[in-house]
Each structure stands twice: as C-alpha cells, then as structure tokens.
Design a protein around this ligand. Structure first.
Ligand SMILES: [Fe+2]
Length: 346
C-alpha cells in the first residue's frame, strides 16, 4: 500500500492511498489549494488515480475535486445524498470501490452532514468529519444532526476493530494518528455514549461559524468558483505592467496608450494617475464603445488594490482589446510610493 498525508494551513487533512501492485490510487478529501501537490505526488509515484473522493459536503474549505478531475480524468465520488451536481459516481452504505485487489468499503455515517461517509480500507478508516482525533465533527451546520451522528458513531464506526487506524479530514493539533480503540478510550465526546446525553452535549457546543462557510457551500455544492479562482484565471490571461514602467510611460505618453481607472466615481475624483480615463467596472461593458472607441490601443486598467483591474483587463480581452493589461498593484500602492496623482475638479 502506498499512503501519503497532506495538510493545508487550516487543519484540513487529505490523503492519497494506492495499491502499489497495480498503481491504482484514490485521493480523499482534496483541498483546492493543494491540487498541484497531489498532482506532483501522483506523478512522482507513477500512480493512476481511479477515484477522487469527498467524504462529505465540506462547509469550511474548498474542495479540489473538480480541479483534480480536469487534470486526471477520474470520477468524483460522493455519497448518494450529496447535493453537488458535479459528482460522477454516487455510492451508498456497503458499496465497495476497488483499487486492484484492495477494496475501499463505504460506510454511510450521517450526522456531521447528511452525506457523510467513512471509507474503510484494510487496516485503516478515513473518517471525514464523523470522527476526529479527540473529537467529532460538529452537527450544527447545514444538514447536521446530533442523533444521526450518535448512531453513526456508536452503532457503526466504533464497531470496527480496535486496532483500525483513524484518518480524519481535520486535525487542528498536529496529531499524527490514532486508532478506533484509542478514541474509544480517550475521546471526550465518546464518553457520552448514551444517546440523549450525546445529543445535549453536541447541542451545547456553541461553536462559531467557519470562516468561509458561504463560499465553501456555494462552491462545493453548486460547483461555482471561489473568488481566488476567478482572480487566478483572470491573472493567467492578462499581462501586467509594473509601476516603474507606468512612470516611464507618463513621461513619453504615446498616443496609443490609455490608462483606464475602473474604480467608482468618488475614488477617481479624489486622485488618479495623471491623464487616466474613468470607466467604473460596473459600467465597463455598456459604456466601453463610448469611452474607448479604438480597440487597437494599449489599455492599462487601474483600481484601488489591483484585483478588480485584473478582472477588468480580462473582460477587455474578451471584448476585443488584445492589448489590455493591468497595473501590477493598485492606486493604494501607487499613492504609498508617492507617485503623481491628479484630482478631478468636477
Ligand atoms: Fe466537514
């Protein structure tokens, strides 16, 4: 068996498991930020990824499943109750997925979410957020249910042999491993074995909402993109111009070079790069022909922090301005470095 553990900076854990005899592999609970690392490891080990598995609908991090599918052409696997439209293979309790002669057995373990499942492979179990080391997943987020979690733990997961290794989707305290037996003995939440006791303990946890809750649900459930993805895609499509280069351009001022400030009116009035034209990003498409009649010019987009201008430059490329470029940094940095600003009088 080949086995690799990955951690992101926020306590999320993900795994590659493979049958070395036939090189078939599965990636479990991939994070979007680590996609290049999984691909690097898969290539280094010479593995063929057969399954990309999310143990449940994650509410606190962005799944890398779709990005991996694009790169690896393997199906995205989730439980039948997953609401995500991009799932290719829905599994249910008791199903098995083969990696050569190895079998990954699916245990449906609702509670943290309705679609939560654990994956039992030989000597180990991937517990998602059903069972954590020294804890359990929370049950107060969408589709969570403490009664279901109790049953999933006490009537299903904890019935696995005591020496089964436990690999959860989260660990915030850098612990390397545990077993079902160790959790039964020391996990404080599992001390509440009686159903009603467990439910009231879970209901009284009063946890704060995860940082990226809405964006995670929006992207993981509906298949939308994160804001970072949108920016990264736009950045990959446009060239950038350094501030020093813009300063040089201000001296020589070619007549096929246009600076386009895409901030709102008030911000533009308070100070902009000398000679800049103004077209707020919200009006970009509709007023473009009027403000920029010549599509052959080089257009440099400028905004406060350098993000909206990147999106605007990508839109200009789409609209037929092949020389659109974005200022590397925004007016905030320009101002901070003491470069010239012009104020609008009206
Ligand atoms: Fe979770």
């Amino acid at each position: 068996m080949f086995f690799a553990v990955f951690k992101d900076g926020e306590g999320c854990k993900s795994y590659i498991i493979a049958n070395e005899a036939c090189c078939a592999a599965a990636i479990i609970d991939p994070a979007l930020d680590l996609v290049d690392r999984y691909l690097g490891e898969v290539n280094r080990q010479g593995l063929r990824v057969r399954y990309i598995i999310d143990t449940h609908t994650h509410a606190d991090h962005f799944s890398g499943a779709r990005a991996l599918r694009d790169a690896l052409h393997a199906p995205i696997v989730m439980h039948r109750f997953s609401p995500a439209p991009h799932v290719d293979l829905h599994v249910e309790d008791g199903h098995s997925l083969p990696l050569g002669d190895m079998r990954m057995r699916i245990l449906h373990t609702p509670g943290h979410t309705r679609d939560s499942m654990c994956i039992h492979v030989e000597d180990r179990v991937f517990t998602g957020d059903t069972l954590l080391i020294g804890g359990t997943g929370r049950t107060d987020l969408p589709s969570g249910d403490p009664e279901q979690l109790h049953d999933s733990l006490f009537h299903k997961l904890l019935s696995l042999p005591d020496d089964t290794l436990v690999y959860p989707a989260h660990d915030y305290k850098e612990r390397e491993g545990s077993t079902i037996g160790q959790e039964k003995a020391a996990n404080p939440r599992l001390a509440h074995a009686e159903r009603q006791d467990f439910v009231s303990m879970m209901n009284s946890l009063n946890l704060s909402a995860p940082t990226h809750l809405t964006e995670a649900l929006r992207t993981n459930i509906s298949g939308g993109k994160t804001v970072r993805q949108l920016l990264a895609e736009a950045s990959a499509r446009v060239p950038f111009m350094a501030m020093e280069e813009l300063l040089r351009r201000l001296d020589t001022r070619a007549n096929d070079f246009v600076i386009l400030d895409v901030r709102e009116r008030d911000a533009f009035m308070q100070g902009h790069v000398p000679g800049a034209l103004h077209l707020p990003r919200g009006q970009l498409e509709l007023r473009l022909n009027e403000v920029l009649p010549d599509p052959s010019v080089e257009v440099l987009t400028v905004c406060e922090l350098g993000k909206i201008s990147t999106l605007a430059a990508a839109t200009l490329h789409d609209l037929g301005f092949p020389r659109a470029t974005a200022l590397d940094g925004g007016i905030a940095a320009w101002r901070e470095q003491g470069h010239p600003l012009e104020r609008a009088d009206s």
